[in-house]
Design a protein around this ligand. Structure first.
Ligand SMILES: C[S@@+](CC[C@H](N)C(=O)[O-])C[C@H]1O[C@@H](n2cnc3c(N)ncnc32)[C@H](O)[C@@H]1O
Length: 216
C-alpha cells in the first residue's frame, strides 16, 4: 500500500500540544473523516481501514499523562509502546528518560513517530511488525499499550501477550477509554483521567480513561 503520510501532511495534518499532555506536540488530522475518505480515494480502496495513527486516542493520552506524572517508574527503563499509532506514549516515555521503542504494524505510524520524536527533540527507536505471535522480547522492562481494546481480536491478542510478558517479569500497563472489548479480569486500576476528545472520533466530549496494570 502506498504511504499516506504525504497526503496527511499536504492537506490534513495539524501540529499542536496534545490534549491532556501539553508537554508534547503531536500531529493530528484536522478532520479524521475527511482524511479517511481521501485515503480511500487515493488507494482506490473503499474499505480501507481508518488510519488510526492520524489522531491521538484517549487511551494513549491518558497513558502518556500517567508516565509524565510518575517519571521515577520509567526513568532509565527499556520501554516498548505496543501499537504506538501517532507515538504519544513512546514520546512520553522518552521524555521521562526511558529508552523508548515504538511498535506498530503500520509503517506510516512508525514514520510519524520518528518525525514526532524529532520535532519534540526526543529519541525513540522503532520496532516494526506484528509482535503478538512471538514471545515478548525479554530485553524490555516495561510494555505499554494505549487504546487497544477497540477490536475483539486485537484486544484478546494484546491481553494474552502482555500477560505472558507480565508472567516473565515485565511491568505491563494498558490504558483504556471504556472500549467494548476491555477484558473483565486481570486488570488492576492505577489511575484515571478525564480526556477531552475529538468530536469526529468519539460520541462524547470527554472520555474517562483508566490506566491498568496487567497481573501476572
Ligand atoms: C486506536 S490506535 C492507538 C494508537 C495509540 N496507542 C494511541 O493511543 O493513540 C491502534 C493502533 O494499533 C495498531 N495495531 C493494530 N494491530 C496491531 C498489531 N497487531 N501490532 C501492533 N500494532 C497494531 C494500529 O496500526 C494503530 O496504530
Amino acid at each position: 500500500m502506498p504511504s499516506l503520510l504525504g497526503l496527511f501532511f499536504d492537506r490534513f495534518a495539524r501540529l499542536a500540544p496534545a490534549l491532556l499532555v501539553p508537554e508534547l506536540r503531536l500531529w493530528s488530522a484536522q478532520d479524521l473523516t475527511a482524511f479517511w475518505e481521501a485515503c480511500q480515494a487515493a488507494t482506490s480502496n473503499p474499505t480501507l481501514e481508518l488510519p488510526y495513527w492520524a489522531v491521538v486516542w484517549p487511551g494513549g493520552a491518558g497513558l502518556a499523562r500517567y508516565l509524565l506524572d510518575h517519571p521515577d517508574m520509567f526513568e532509565g527503563k527499556k520501554v516498548l509502546d505496543l501499537a504506538a499509532g501517532s507515538g504519544i506514549v513512546a514520546l512520553a516515555a522518552a521524555r521521562v528518560g526511558a529508552i523508548s521503542t515504538a511498535n506498530d504494524i503500520d509503517p506510516d505510524a512508525l514514520e510519524l513517530c520518528r518525525l514526532a520524536s524529532q520535532i519534540n527533540g526526543l529519541q525513540i527507536t522503532d520496532l516494526p511488525g506484528d509482535l503478538l505471535d512471538r514471545d515478548p522480547p525479554s530485553w524490555f522492562h516495561v510494555i505499554l499499550a494505549g487504546d487497544v481494546f477497540y477490536e475483539q481480536r486485537l484486544a484478546e491478542r494484546c491481553m494474552r501477550w502482555m500477560r505472558m510478558a507480565a508472567r516473565a517479569g515485565l511491568s505491563c500497563l494498558v490504558a483504556d477509554a471504556g472500549r467494548r472489548y476491555r477484558p473483565q479480569v486481570g486488570l488492576t486500576p492505577l489511575a484515571s483521567y478525564t480526556v477531552p476528545t475529538l468530536p469526529e472520533v468519539e460520541t462524547t466530549a470527554a472520555k474517562e480513561v483508566t490506566v491498568y496494570e496487567i497481573g501476572r
